[in-house]
Design a binder for this molecule. Structure first.
Ligand code: FES
Length: 251
């Protein structure tokens, strides 16, 4: 992707995510929760919305942010997925080129006089990518739970029963894309297949490494697809919560 397009898409995403995080509202409409606000840390998370998170089905209560908190819980949550993306090997290449022109492309001279790469602070911090990867897996599991819960809840008699809303599919596609993006991560590939002298004694790891390697070849595409879709998922929930999509049972 060209630096100009990377610049436009990344800037748009950061602007939208900042707006969505600070709004601190319209992030839940039964049975959907925005991925930017999940897990919901607010005690006032959409009225009865978090009965399921607050213990109705055995899931631990997570609500720590009451209405007395001035900041949005999304700001705390987004640190982890954003940290994961900002330290991603692919995004690093994309935003170094798009925002800093350092360098703007392969075989183009570095425009800055000094170049220390990622060997000094603050860029040496990029090396914590692997730890953000682990946190990312936890968030993927939570968002998968949200998608499954949306399917289960929308079919329950208490909710009208017998149908599945479009939002359940939106949440499911979002979770699948995030899993695909995470599993295609270069760190993931090293975790499953690295530090081995030979694969013959580790057939399971070899299989998983082969699977991850195929995904890894599509890492760039998965990075953009999952980034754009997670924002679209938030837009969907936001519009539904604001009543813009109507109140039909298929929403
Ligand atoms: Fe992109 Fe790890 S290298 S998510």
């Amino acid at each position: 992707m060209s630096p100009a397009i990377s610049f436009a898409v990344l800037s748009s995403f950061v602007a939208y995510a900042t707006y969505a995080a600070f709004v601190n509202g319209f992030y839940y409409v039964k049975p959907y929760i925005s991925p930017f606000y999940s897990p919901c840390l607010a005690t006032v998370c959409g009225g009865d919305s978090h009965q399921r998170i607050q213990g109705a089905n055995g899931v631990p209560h997570l609500g720590v942010f009451g209405p007395w908190w001035a900041i949005s819980p999304a700001i705390l949550i987004l640190i982890f997925p954003l940290g994961f993306r900002m330290t991603c090997y692919y995004y690093r290449r994309a935003y170094y080129r798009a925002f800093w022109l350092s360098p703007p492309a392969c075989a183009v001279a570095e425009p800055h006089k000094k170049y220390s790469g990622e060997t000094r602070f603050p860029l040496i911090m990029q090396n914590i990518h692997r730890y953000f990867f682990y946190f990312g897996l936890i968030f993927n599991a939570i968002l998968t739970y949200d998608a499954v819960a949306a399917f289960v809840e929308s079919r329950s008699p208490a909710y009208g029963g017998g149908h599945v809303g479009l939002g359940s599919f939106v949440l499911l596609i979002n979770a699948c894309l995030l899993w695909a993006y995470s599993l295609s991560c270069h760190s993931c590939r090293h975790i499953v297949g690295g530090r081995l002298k030979h694969f013959s004694k580790h057939p399971l790891r070899f299989k998983f490494w082969g699977f991850v390697t195929k995904l890894n070849a599509k890492h760039m595409q998965l990075a953009w697809a999952s980034l754009i879709f997670v924002a679209l998922t938030d837009v969907y929930v936001r519009l539904a919560a604001a009543g813009w999509l109507g109140h039909g049972r298929w929403i």
